[in-house]
Design a protein around this ligand. Structure first.
Ligand SMILES: Nc1nc2c(ncn2[C@@H]2O[C@H](COP(=O)(O)OP(=O)(O)O)[C@@H](O)[C@H]2O)c(=O)[nH]1
Ligand SMILES: [Mg+2]
Length: 480
C-alpha cells in the first residue's frame, strides 16, 4: 500500500464512520445536530465548552443566567454522552481550565469532535395540561474546522485553474515575500521529468510553510488547501501537493486540465493524482458529513481581523464568503449531486463580542452582515441569522467620565497582564471600511485573560452574551 492510499483510507474510514453515526436516530428520541465551525482561533472550543455547560446547568440556575432555555421547568436530568463513531470533545478538561484557580482559555482542539447532551424532560408539546410523559432530546454538538470548508471551491476547479488562482494570490503585496521560496522551487520543477517523491515532498513542504506563515504571521486566512495550514493537522508529505501553473514556459497548454493530461510516471502526473485524491476527501466530507449537520453555527472573529488591518480583514472576507458559499447549495450545482440533506438553520456569529462595549454589538452584527453579503442573506433568509456573541464574557461594561461625558469602557484583564484595566475599544464600523479609511480608524481591540470564575460556576452557566439566543435561533421552526 502506498503512503498516499494509506492516508486516504484512514481519512475515508473516519469520515465514513462519522457519516454513518450521524445517520442513526432512534425514533424515541428527538435529536438536534448542531455543528459549530469557524476558522482557527475563531472561538469554537470556548463556544462548545460554554454552550454544553449552559445546557447542563441552565435548568437549575436563575433564569437570568440563560434566559432562553425551552425545557427549564421540565428537566428531569441532563447527561453528557459520547456520539458513537465520533471522537469525543474533551469537555471536562476544557471546562476545568476555565474554572481553575488560575483560569486559562481552553487548549485548542483539532479535527472533528462531538458531544451529546441528553436532556430528559416532560413532554412540553401542545397538550401542556395533559399529564405528560418523559421524552429525551439529544443535542449533538459537533466541532469541525472551518478550514475544511475553505476547500469547497476547489471542487469546481481544474488543477490548472486552481493553480492559476493560487499563484495570482501569491503575488499579491501581502504574500509575495512569504511565497518566494516555493515559487522559486516550483519554477525549477520539470513537470515532464520522472516522478521524484522526495522532490515533490520538498516543494510541498515549502508550499505548506508559506500557507502556515500567511496564517500565523500575517493573519491571512484564505489559504488552500485549508487542511494544509492547520496546526496539529498532520499532512502526509507523500500526499501533499502544490499549485503548478501552466502560465510558465515549458508546460503544455493542456497540462492540469485533467488527470489524463500528463504522461504517466511524471512529476506532473503525480501532482494531478494527489490533487484528485485530496478532492475526493473534500467531496467525502460534504457527502458523508456536512449535509447531515442540519443546524450549523459559523463563528467569525471579525474583531481580531479588524485590529490586524486592511489586508487580513479583506482576506477574512474572502474566506468567509467561500465558506458561506458552501451553505448555499444553489450556487453549487456540484453539491446537488451529492447525497446530502440540507442545512436547515445557519447561525452566523460574530464572536468575542465582549472585546467591545455593549453599545457596539449592533455595529458588529452589521459588519458581519456586510461581510457575508446581502445576496447570501436574501437567498437563505428563511434559514440564516446573524448574532453577536461572547461565549465567555471576560469583561464588564461601565461608563467613565471623559471630558464630562459618560463614555462606555470595558473592565477586564488584558492578555498577558496581571491587573484589571479600564479600556476604551472605540467605535466598530457598521460596514467594511473603505480602502482609504483604514488609516484613520484607530481600533483598540484587545484580547483578555479569561474571567476569574471559580468553582461557584460549576453548576451555573458562565457569564456570556447572547449564547442562549444562539440556541433559540437554532431551535426556532423554519416554517411549514
Ligand atoms: N474574551 C473572549 N475571548 C474568547 C472568546 N472565545 C474565544 N476567545 C479567545 O479566542 C481564543 C481561541 O478560541 P478557541 O475556542 O480555542 O478557538 P477555536 O480554534 O476556533 O477552537 C481563546 O483562547 C480566547 O483567547 C470569548 O467568548 N470571549
Ligand atoms: Mg478548537
Amino acid at each position: 500500500m502506498t503512503p498516499l492510499s494509506r492516508l486516504k483510507t484512514v481519512a475515508d474510514a473516519a469520515l465514513e464512520s462519522v457519516g454513518a453515526a450521524l445517520d442513526a436516530t432512534p425514533l424515541s428520541h428527538r435529536r438536534h445536530r448542531i455543528a459549530v465551525t469557524g476558522l482557527q482561533r475563531s472561538g469554537k472550543t470556548v463556544f462548545i465548552t460554554a454552550f454544553a455547560h449552559a445546557l447542563m446547568t441552565a435548568a437549575r440556575a436563575p433564569m437570568t443566567a440563560f434566559p432562553f432555555f425551552p425545557w427549564r421547568e421540565h428537566v428531569r436530568s441532563v447527561e453528557l454522552l459520547e456520539i458513537p463513531g465520533v471522537p469525543r470533545f474533551p469537555f471536562e478538561e476544557r471546562l476545568a481550565q476555565l474554572l481553575g484557580d488560575t483560569p486559562a482559555w481552553p487548549a485548542p482542539t483539532t479535527g472533528l469532535s462531538g458531544l451529546r447532551v441528553r436532556i430528559r424532560h416532560d413532554d412540553v408539546g401542545l397538550l401542556r395540561s395533559v399529564v405528560s410523559s418523559t421524552v429525551t432530546t439529544d443535542l449533538d454538538l459537533i466541532d469541525y474546522p472551518g478550514e475544511w470548508l475553505l476547500d469547497l471551491p476547489m471542487l469546481g476547479q481544474s488543477f490548472r485553474d486552481w493553480s492559476r488562482q493560487m499563484e495570482e494570490l501569491a503575488h499579491s503585496a501581502g504574500r509575495r515575500d512569504l511565497a518566494a521560496p516555493w515559487l522559486d522551487a516550483v519554477r525549477g520543477l520539470d513537470a515532464e521529468a520522472p516522478e521524484n517523491p522526495a522532490e515533490l515532498a520538498r516543494i510541498a513542504g515549502l508550499y505548506r510553510d508559506y500557507l502556515v506563515r500567511c496564517r500565523q504571521e500575517r493573519g491571512l486566512c484564505f489559504v488552500q488547501p485549508g487542511r494544509f495550514a492547520m496546526e496539529g493537522d498532520t499532512v502526509d508529505p507523500h500526499a501533499s501537493f502544490f499549485p503548478l501553473s501552466t502560465v510558465r514556459a515549458g508546460l503544455g497548454a493542456n497540462f492540469g486540465a485533467g488527470i489524463g493530461a500528463a504522461k504517466r510516471g511524471t512529476m506532473g502526473a503525480a501532482l494531478l493524482a494527489r490533487h484528485a485524491a485530496y478532492l475526493k476527501q473534500v467531496r467525502q466530507f460534504y457527502g458523508d458529513v456536512f449535509g447531515r449537520l442540519g443546524k450549523q453555527v459559523l463563528l467569525v472573529d471579525l474583531l481580531s481581523a479588524l485590529q490586524q488591518g486592511r489586508e487580513p480583514f479583506a482576506d477574512l472576507g474572502l474566506a468567509i464568503r467561500s465558506i458561506s458559499d458552501a451553505f448555499e447549495e444553489l450556487k453549487h450545482p456540484l453539491l446537488r449531486l451529492l447525497p446530502m440533506a440540507k442545512v436547515e438553520r445557519l447561525a452566523l456569529v460574530a464572536t468575542k463580542a465582549d472585546h467591545v462595549t455593549a453599545d457596539q454589538h449592533a455595529n458588529l452584527v452589521n459588519l458581519l452582515r456586510d461581510m457575508v453579503g446581502e445576496p447570501f442573506l436574501l437567498a437563505t433568509a428563511r434559514q440564516s441569522g446573524l448574532l453577536a456573541v461572547a461565549s465567555v464574557k471576560a469583561t464588564t461594561d461601565l461608563k467613565l467620565k471623559v471630558n464630562d461625558l459618560a463614555t462606555p469602557f470595558l473592565r477586564g484583564i488584558p492578555a498577558g497582564r496581571a491587573e484589571v484595566l479600564d479600556i476604551q475599544p472605540g467605535v466598530i464600523p457598521g460596514t467594511i471600511p473603505a480602502a482609504d479609511q483604514w488609516d484613520e480608524t484607530g481600533f483598540n481591540i484587545r484580547r483578555f485573560e479569561p474571567p476569574r470564575l471559580g468553582p461557584g460556576f460549576a453548576d451555573r452557566p458562565l457569564p456570556h452574551v447572547n449564547l442562549d439566543k444562539v440556541l433559540q435561533f437554532l431551535l426556532a421552526r423554519t416554517g411549514p
